[in-house]
Design a protein around this ligand. Structure first.
Ligand SMILES: C[S@@+](CC[C@H](N)C(=O)[O-])C[C@H]1O[C@@H](n2cnc3c(N)ncnc32)[C@H](O)[C@@H]1O
Length: 280
C-alpha cells in the first residue's frame, strides 16, 4: 500500500513539471487543466495542491491534456471551455472559439441598439454574441440562429450556463427560415465565416484546430456575408431605424463597400474588424 502511495505523484509535483513544460505565454494553463480534471476551484488548487496525491487515472488524464497543449492545441480546445466577455462558454470541435475582435461587435451593439428592439445573431456558434448581448441588455428580444443544428444545441447549453433563458433559437441557412415577423425592424448581428483560404498569413493565426465550416468562405472570404446582405436587401429589411453589424477582415472593406453600394446600402467602419450596414 505504502509502495503504491510512494509511486503516486502529488498535484504540486505535477504542476511543477507542467509549468516547466508549458510556454511562458500560457503560465496559468497547468492550474486550469488541473482545475478541470480534478473538479476543484482555482483557489482550492492554489491552497491544497501539496496535500493532494493523484490517482493513476487522474495523472493519466492530466498528462493527456498537457500533451495536447504541448503539441500546439490552444487551451480552449484542450479543455473545451473558454471565458469570453464575462461568459463561461463550452466549446467543441464544431464551433469557433470566440475571438477578441468579436467583443468589439458586442460592445457596439450593447451601447447602440435602442431599448426593447428585436435582434438576430446570425451564425451564432457558441452563442457568444447573442448570449453576451442578452446578459448586458435583458430588455432586447434576441434570436440565435445557425445553419448547424448541433451548434445551435451548444448555444442553448451555453445560454443555460450563463443563466440566459429569454432568447429564441432558429436553425436556418442565413435568414431563409426566419419568419417575416421576426425579421422586420430587427437588428442583424453576424460573425459569419469570412476567411479566404488562400490568404498567406492564416497559418499563424491559431486556426488549425478550428472547424473549416466556421472559418472559410469563397469569393475572397465574402461569399456568405454577401449572401446575407442580398437576402436582407431583397426583403427590404433595413430602414431608417435599424442596421446590420458585420465582422469581417479589414482587407475586405473596399470589396464590401462596392457590393453594398450596388444594393443601395451604406457601409461604415465601426472598428477594424466590424462594419455597420444601413440604408442611405
Ligand atoms: C465564425 S463562426 C462565428 C461564431 C460566433 N458568432 C462567434 O462570433 O464566435 C461562424 C458560424 O456561422 C455558422 N454559419 C456558417 N454558414 C452559415 C449560414 N449559411 N447560415 C447560418 N449560419 C452559418 C457556422 O455554423 C458557425 O457557427
Amino acid at each position: 500500500m505504502n509502495k503504491l502511495k510512494e509511486s503516486r505523484l502529488a498535484l504540486d509535483d505535477w504542476l511543477k513539471k507542467a509549468r516547466r513544460a508549458t510556454s511562458k505565454n500560457n503560465p496559468k494553463a497547468p492550474e486550469i487543466i488541473a482545475s478541470k480534471i480534478l473538479r476543484m476551484s482555482p483557489t482550492q488548487i492554489a491552497t491544497r495542491s501539496d496535500q493532494i496525491i493523484l490517482t493513476k487515472k487522474e495523472q493519466r488524464k492530466l498528462d493527456n491534456l498537457l500533451g495536447k497543449l504541448l503539441t500546439g492545441r490552444p487551451l480552449p480546445a484542450v479543455i473545451h471551455h473558454t471565458q469570453f466577455h464575462n461568459l463561461s462558454l463550452k466549446v467543441n470541435n464544431r464551433v469557433l472559439t470566440p475571438r477578441a475582435e468579436t467583443e468589439e461587435l458586442i460592445e457596439y451593439a450593447i451601447k447602440n441598439i435602442p431599448k426593447k428592439s428585436k435582434v438576430l445573431d446570425i451564425g451564432t456558434g457558441t452563442g457568444a454574441i447573442g448570449i453576451g448581448l442578452a446578459k448586458a441588455r435583458p430588455d432586447l428580444r434576441i434570436t440565435l440562429t445557425d445553419i448547424d443544428y448541433k451548434t445551435l444545441n451548444l448555444a442553448k447549453i451555453n445560454a443555460r450556463r450563463n443563466k440566459i433563458t429569454a432568447v429564441k433559437y432558429i436553425k436556418s441557412n442565413l435568414i431563409k427560415k426566419i419568419d417575416q415577423r421576426d425579421l422586420e425592424d430587427s437588428y442583424f448581428l453576424a460573425n459569419l465565416p469570412y476567411v479566404n483560404p488562400n490568404w498567406k498569413n492564416i497559418k499563424h493565426k491559431n486556426l488549425k484546430y478550428e472547424p473549416r465550416s466556421a472559418l472559410f468562405a469563397s469569393d475572397n472570404g465574402l461569399k456568405i456575408i454577401k449572401n446575407l446582405l442580398e437576402q436582407i436587401s431583397n426583403k427590404k429589411l433595413l430602414n431608417k431605424n435599424n442596421w446590420a453589424l458585420l465582422e469581417h477582415d479589414p482587407k475586405q472593406f473596399d470589396d464590401l463597400q462596392i457590393f453594398c453600394k450596388d444594393l443601395g446600402l451604406k457601409v461604415t467602419k465601426v472598428t477594424n474588424f466590424v462594419s455597420k450596414v444601413e440604408v442611405y
